[in-house]
Design a protein around this ligand. Structure first.
Ligand SMILES: CC(=O)N[C@@H]([C@@H](O)[C@H](O)[C@H](O)CO)[C@@H](O)CC(=O)C(=O)O
Length: 311
């Protein structure tokens, strides 16, 4: 299963290229100002990887991020509670900074209490690690409101430290913040095109796919917000929205994100794994033109061979 550095053609198409992770850490820190990483989530196709691959990816990020990254949080959600616990324990062993879990999405928890019980069992496998609930109802189909879930959650899960909220329901998000003011929870927003609205609601941070290549722009928005320069912050958000709106119309998902990451960083992300399909050349060309027209990408930013890798 470990095809690391064997260099066969099929490996690069089908297997994880662990060797670029170290390079990618440097890229994110230096070029994008991103120092916190969420590993094996949606963009990382965590649920399409084997348990052994997930362990290896997590290890590589923690090892290569040492003394460079502030926090590496590992997503350990799985359909099998046992696998999730194994991954949680592994995250603790390798020195990750936290774990996050999505709701199981095949046989689903139908009530808040059942979901809490599942999460509690995973959290207990890594009792020293901060625990985050990853709320992404559009993908899991589990629509239990985050605000309800958070009510009294620390009594059940003492390591609970926050929420990664990947949904557009700002009523739910706002109420998560409003009802937990006494706690020091992290409220991490996951819909990049709406981040400014979530900041107004009290988001304490963000986790998202576009920060791989729009990290610098988003940091400028965060700084403007911090300085209370709302009109400048809104300018940045609208700029980001123009790009996301453009690619959404072309069909935007994890595969397309990977193609853009390759294009902008020059580091080959490889194709996605089935059932995802590689982004088309037309998509990548259009996205590139849009990035340039929005001044998100200059010719100088394009690294040699970047188009090669995504073609
Ligand atoms: C459904 C989805 O992929 N959502 C993204 C967003 O960053 C999303 O790509 C972005 O807001 C553009 O719509 C993140 O919430 C997912 C994420 O952070 C992850 O990779 O775990």
């Amino acid at each position: 299963e470990n095809h690391r550095n064997k260099g066969k053609q099929t490996d690069s198409e089908r297997e994880i290229n662990f060797s670029v992770i170290g390079q990618y850490v440097d890229y994110l820190v230096k070029e994008q100002g991103v120092k916190n990483i969420f590993v094996n989530g949606t963009t990382g196709e965590g649920l399409s990887l084997s348990i052994s691959e997930r362990r290896q990816v997590a290890e590589e990020w923690v090892t290569k991020g040492k003394d460079k990254l502030d926090q590496v949080v590992i997503h350990v959600g799985a359909l099998s509670l046992k696998e999730s616990q194994e991954l949680a324990q592994h995250a603790a062993e390798i020195g990750a900074d936290g774990i996050a879990v999505i709701a199981p999405f095949f046989l689903k928890p139908w009530t808040k209490d059942i979901l809490i019980n599942f999460l509690k069992e995973v959290a207990a496998a890594a009792p020293a690690l901060p625990f985050y609930y990853y709320h992404i109802p559009a993908l899991t189909g589990v629509k239990i409101r985050a605000e309800e879930l958070l009510d009294g959650i620390q009594d059940k899960i003492p390591t609970f430290r926050g929420l990664k909220f990947s949904d557009t329901d700002l009523l739910d998000f706002g109420q998560c913040v409003d009802q937990n003011r006494q706690q020091q929870f992290a409220f991490l927003f996951g819909v990049d095109e709406q981040l400014l609205s979530a900041l107004v609601m009290g988001a304490t941070g963000a986790v998202g796919s576009t920060y791989n290549y729009l990290g610098k722009k988003t940091n400028q928005m965060l700084e403007a917000f911090e300085r209370k320069d709302l009109s400048l912050a809104l300018n940045y958000q609208f700029c980001i929205q123009r790009f996301i709106n453009f690619v959404v119309k072309l069909g935007f998902g994890v595969s397309q994100t990977k193609a853009i990451m390759t294009l902008v960083s020059g580091i080959p992300m490889g194709p996605p794994r089935l059932p995802l399909q590689k982004a088309s050349r037309e998509f990548t060309d259009s996205a590139e033109a849009k990035l340039k027209s929005l001044d998100f990408l200059s010719f100088a930013d394009l690294k040699d061979g970047s188009l090669e890798a995504s073609s």
